[in-house]
Design a protein around this ligand. Structure first.
Ligand SMILES: [Zn+2]
Ligand SMILES: [Zn+2]
Length: 276
């Protein structure tokens, strides 16, 4: 299925077909759905806008140099879902055709999604991507493994691998507790000075989006070094179906009632255009 150069589109499609039950559709931005992370409750009442950002995104973006204005998750997940086990507990997924290697599954997922929705992502960036970056050290316990995992994933997707550069340095240990505490910091990820990114449009790829502390700190560093736009593509967006405000419950129930399809994303979903 994999070749030396990566996933051929048909292969990624066939591979992911066995795993469709692992994915849950992501709602399009609309009143009640954050326009950055496509999840948490918006606080339109506080911000006065019809499509506000959630309290979590407000916290993780406010003290940064800049941030990704759009985070596009391929799927929603909860901590009880198999997709979460694959991402966080490093389990190899089991689909209709049996157990497969985790890195292959993630690469096929990204390859299939990017093949279908690169235009959606480029539209948000204002043009074709000129660079691809991955967030290093997402797992405070094994930063090197996490770094290599996302690189292994992107490496198998030729459309992304050709634009990937090792731009972001692993966070200094001083920032580990900050990020682990789900707080962002503009200096958490540094970029070597030689790598000034004049007017680059960057696709920032990561595995799991929780608060966005990692993704948004990384986006801030990219923008501070000159990137014109950063759009984040994440495999899954974690939601809490037992949230006290009931918002996560509603989003998760809605998501479980709709079949997942690689043919639509939260940007091009026809429901996005029907929303008030
Ligand atoms: Zn948000
Ligand atoms: Zn799309």
């Amino acid at each position: 299925m994999t070749s030396g150069t990566g996933w051929i589109t048909g292969d990624a499609e066939a591979f992911t077909r066995d795993f469709l039950p692992l994915f849950r559709p992501v709602p399009p931005a609309r009143p009640g759905v954050c326009r950055i992370c496509r999840s948490g409750p918006d606080n339109a009442g506080d911000t006065g806008g019809p499509r506000g950002i959630c309290g979590s995104c407000e916290r993780t973006t406010k003290n940064l140099y800049g941030h990704a204005r759009h985070v596009i998750p391929i799927s929603l997940t909860t901590t009880n879902a198999q997709l979460h086990d694959v991402l966080v507990r490093r389990r190899d997924p089991v689909g209709a055709g049996g157990r497969r290697r985790r890195a292959d599954f993630l690469a096929a997922t990204v390859a299939h999604f990017y093949d279908r929705h690169s235009r959606c992502l480029e539209g948000l960036a204002g043009g074709p991507f000129t660079l691809v970056a991955t967030v290093p050290g997402n797992d405070p316990e094994t930063p090197a493994t996490a770094f290599h995992l996302m690189w292994q994933v992107v490496e198998k997707v030729p459309a992304l691998a050709r634009l990937w550069r090792p731009l972001l340095l692993e966070p200094d240990t001083a920032f580990a507790p900050v990020l682990a505490g789900r707080r962002s910091h503009r200096d958490a990820f540094l970029i070597p000075r030689a790598d000034r990114l004049s007017a680059a449009r960057v696709l920032l790829v990561d595995d799991l989006f929780v608060s966005g502390a990692h993704v948004q700190s990384a986006a801030s560093a990219l923008i501070e070094m000159g990137a014109e736009a950063v759009v984040a593509l994440v495999i899954a967006r974690l939601i809490n179906p037992a949230s006290r405000d009931g918002h996560g419950t509603g989003l998760w129930e809605e998501s479980c009632q709709r079949p997942f399809s690689f043919d639509r994303c939260c940007v091009c979903d026809p429901a996005a255009h029907g929303a008030a």
